[in-house]
Design a protein around this ligand. Structure first.
Ligand code: UDX
Length: 490
């Protein structure tokens, strides 16, 4: 495996990468872009969170970009300059680049095929309903739909998070569906976007990965990222590039997410120990984090991880390891998942304990208790409620008989769709008024800075569970609240 630092070198002319020799060409000089354009024209297939963000950001970097999707209303929305999800900074950038003519959207696969030198596959790979494995049907759809229309040389680049081995399978699909004699190549270049931070993550990535088989594919990917590298150079930054084979590139993404999930579950396991031992997990995490080998990021204990990536990715990874005959290697990820699930149940148990409610055979009985839940999204600065710990707790509280009133600054519409039978408040004030218990389950700024004195005057009972350890216990206790964090002394 080989990487270079953009700051110091332009890619060398020829370098050894695994068993493949990659020839790099100075973009625009010797690289013949199939469409004849000066820079490769980029098509993004799937304009959900990943594809739309990439399309907008690469247009911002100066590329000619086309976003393709089968979802006509979504394409109409994007064409009209509206991002169909919440991502800070993306709306303005979309409008600016649509107006500049660099960015267009279409539902015509023929148009996308004729346009693109590089086709990025950005569709979802959700968990299958019947197993832990990833559902690759959307990836298959894109390739099968696109390949027959590719009448000149092009590169298909996978960005979606997939089980290792998918790129080779995509190559076979292309061979089966592309016109005879067409020179279509495949590459894999995983993304590492964090919701709420995605624009920065595309424009200023901490690394880029090229999983390639040929010199031409490497050179095309380099040309497609020249804008990213140039921006880094002007800001005196480095963007490490790792050029590798398909399998390694695919694994980088799932291994990274498995590591992050493990780190979170590790600190949540420590939180479980801290509770009975009388220790404070926030101080423990701080002390651990000063060791540079451990680092302090992703060590925030709380109600655990959620979202459209970490939970399903660690499951799909286990399923794939089993298929490869090495299931034991990832057995620990099952434990990581279990620790994560326990965090959600712990909030309900703690609620019953704090309110002196009985535990029946079916668990805690919270009938008649009014609970204000602040937060519905899986993290702040996002409207995404997929596998959200907050909503999972809402369901569990309701099942225990509690009357739950939920408020979230951005996630209300999605939450309503996901859990229609909960009550939704229009503000923090409305949610908290008359509540016996307040649970803060997503660390939105608005909740972190809420005034406990004001809220104390509205609630029926001054009991708060801080599921993200994001409130100041001193302030809340001083205002008369019984405060309980996650893994912190009572
Ligand atoms: C994640 C990866 O970070 C990203 O690299 C990948 O491309 C997609 O998956 P994202 O799903 O946006 O990104 O969320 P992330 O910021 O990683 O948080 C995931 C979950 O973990 C959230 O629910 C968050 O609240 C939780 N979390 C995070 C913790 O509970 N504690 C922490 O210390 C960090």
């Amino acid at each position: 495996m080989w990487g270079y630092s953009q700051r110091f070198v332009d890619p060398p002319k020829r370098t050894k990468v695994s068993s493949v020799t990659i020839q790099y060409m100075t973009p625009g000089a010797t690289l013949a872009v199939p469409s004849g354009a000066a820079r490769p024209r980029l098509a993004f297939h799937g304009t959900g969170y990943l594809g739309a963000t990439y399309a907008v950001c690469f247009a911002e970097l100066g590329y000619e970009v086309l976003g393709y999707d089968v979802d006509a209303p979504k394409i109409a929305k994007l064409t009209g300059g509206n991002v169909p999800f919440h991502e800070p900074g993306l709306d303005e950038m979309l409008r600016k680049n649509v107006a500049a003519g660099r960015l267009r959207f279409t539902t015509s696969i023929e148009e996308a095929a004729a346009f693109g030198d590089i086709h990025f596959v950005c569709v979802g790979t959700p968990q299958r309903p019947d197993s832990m494995a990833a559902d690759l049907s959307h990836v298959e759809d894109v390739v099968v739909r696109l390949a027959p229309h590719l009448h000149r040389k092009a590169l298909i680049v996978g960005k979606s998070t997939v089980p290792v081995g998918t790129a080779e399978w995509v190559e076979q699909l292309v061979r089966r569906h592309a016109p005879d004699g067409s020179e279509i190549e495949v590459a894999w270049s995983p993304e590492f976007l964090q919701e709420g931070h995605a624009v920065e993550d595309v424009l200023r990535p901490n690394r880029v990965i090229f999983g390639v088989r040929s010199e031409w594919a490497g050179a095309m990917l380099y040309a497609a990222h020249k804008g990213v590298f140039d921006l880094a150079t002007t800001e005196d930054r480095e963007v490490p590039v790792v050029v590798t084979n398909f399998a390694t590139a695919e694994l980088v993404k799932v291994a990274a997410n498995a590591f992050l999930a493990t780190k979170i579950s590790f600190i949540n396991a420590m939180a479980e120990i801290c509770e009975p031992a009388g220790a404070d997990v926030t101080q423990l995490a701080r002390a651990l984090g000063y060791d540079a080998r451990i680092g302090n990021r992703f060590l925030r204990a709380g109600v655990g991880f959620g979202g459209g990536c970490l939970p399903k990715d660690i499951r799909a990874f286990q399923a794939r390891a089993q298929e490869l005959g090495v299931g034991e290697a990832l057995r620990f990820l099952h434990e990581v998942d279990l620790i994560n699930q326990r965090r959600r149940q712990w909030v309900v148990q703690l609620a019953a304990e704090l309110l002196g409610r009985p535990f029946g055979p079916a668990g805690p009985d919270l009938s008649g208790v009014k609970v204000a839940v602040l937060g519905a999204t899986f993290k702040p600065n996002s409207d995404d409620v997929r596998d959200s710990p907050a909503l999972s707790v809402v369901r569990k509280l309701s099942r225990s008989g509690a009357e739950v009133s939920v408020f979230d600054p951005e996630g209300m519409e999605n939450a309503r769709r996901e859990v229609p039978d909960a009550t939704y408040a229009r503000s923090v004030v409305e949610a908290v008024t008359g509540a016996d218990l307040v649970c803060v389950l997503t660390e939105w700024e608005e909740f972190r800075t809420a005034d406990p004195v004001v809220l104390g005057g509205l609630a029926a009972g001054k009991v708060v569970i801080d599921g993200r350890n994001c409130l100041d216990p001193v302030l809340w206790r001083r205002a008369g609240w019984e405060y309980r964090g996650m893994g912190r002394p009572a």
